[in-house]
Write a protein that binds this ligand. Structure first.
Ligand SMILES: [Zn+2]
Length: 308
């Protein structure tokens, strides 16, 4: 497999207040672990300039303008209770979107079988008209629409294993059966959405996990709900909203996954990408707030992407 990795130094310049869990050190921890010789074959590429117009694939123009106007010239501005912006945040957000769209271009052009985008801020909590939960715009949703508009993808699946429900992605595709959204997440937990009964146009598959459960329950949710939905949908592209905060070390939640569970889930999605999507698989970093748990999980995830 050819696996590409997108990074960009600007992702370190989205500054959050002291003590905030979504911090630049997260990406430094990922960079350090991927520096290992085991990842020498990774095709490392600097994220290209993002196209701001693609934000409109998932968000209305007045909302985009409102977020942009909230970016401070100095210091830190509050966007919502736990989402803040610093002077370089806009550039980081645009580069994250640029990287995700470029990753989609790469897998459709055959430049890579799969791609991991190590970017921040994350995106899956951003609803059509609401920035929240550390997220400004919904990168995964924009990338899915990009695949449809630029590459003619008819069906795109987004699989979200971040420990928090991706309320934003669900909101954006609620009535759009051309995008399948599957999520495993702890419930109850922020943001409160993600019940099994939330099914949209039949294209939303929520698999909530009870607090304090671990790999067995997670894998069962994948096997019984996520993977059958993928097989039934037969996507042209699979996008992973890859949060690693379901790791047992993570301070923000109480699900007890290990690196092996992320390795396993990655392998399962690669099998489905091989079966339905010409291997096309794009993985976008979302959460993950314990630096060691995050680094080890990303190593297992990217290692599996490379091995096939
Ligand atoms: Zn999360």
């Amino acid at each position: 497999m050819t696996t590409r990795l997108y990074t960009h130094p600007i992702f370190l310049e989205h500054i959050t207040p002291p003590g905030h869990p979504e911090r630049p050190d997260r990406l430094r921890a990922i960079e350090r672990v991927l520096d290992d010789e085991a990842f020498a074959a990774l095709d490392r590429v600097k994220a290209p300039e993002g196209d701001e117009a693609t934000i409109l694939y998932a968000h209305p123009a007045d909302f985009v303008a409102r977020v942009r106007a909230a970016i401070p010239e100095e210091g830190i501005a509050r966007i919502d209770a736990d989402t803040t912006a610093s002077p370089k945040s806009w550039q980081a957000v645009i580069a994250a979107i640029g990287a995700a769209n470029a990753a989609v271009d790469d897998v459709f052009a055959g430049r890579a079988d799969n791609v991991f985008v190590a970017a921040r801020p994350p995106g899956h909590h951003a609803e059509k008209t609401t920035a929240m939960g550390f997220c400004f715009f919904n990168t995964a949703a924009i990338a899915a629409r990009h695949a449809q508009k630029k590459h003619g993808a008819e069906r795109v699946a987004i699989v979200d294993w971040d420990v928090h429900h991706g309320n934003g992605t669900q909101d954006i595709f609620w009535d759009d059966p051309s995008v399948l959204y599957c999520s495993t997440h702890q419930m109850p937990l922020y943001p409160g959405t993600g019940a099994k009964s939330e099914t949209g146009a039949g294209n939303i598959v929520n698999a909530p996990l009870a607090p304090k459960t671990g790999g067995e329950v997670f894998r069962d949710a994948f096997l019984s709900r996520v993977l059958p939905a993928l097989d039934n949908f037969a996507p042209d592209l699979i996008i992973i909203s890859a949060g690693f905060d379901a790791h047992h070390r993570d301070p923000l939640a109480e699900i007890n996954l290990t690196e092996d569970d992320f390795d396993w889930a990655t392998g399962q999605l690669m099998q489905r990408a091989a079966r339905h999507s010409g291997n096309r698989l794009v993985s976008l970093l979302e959460g993950g707030y314990d630096l060691q748990g995050l680094a080890f999980s990303v190593a297992a995830h990217v290692g599996r992407l490379m091995k096939g």
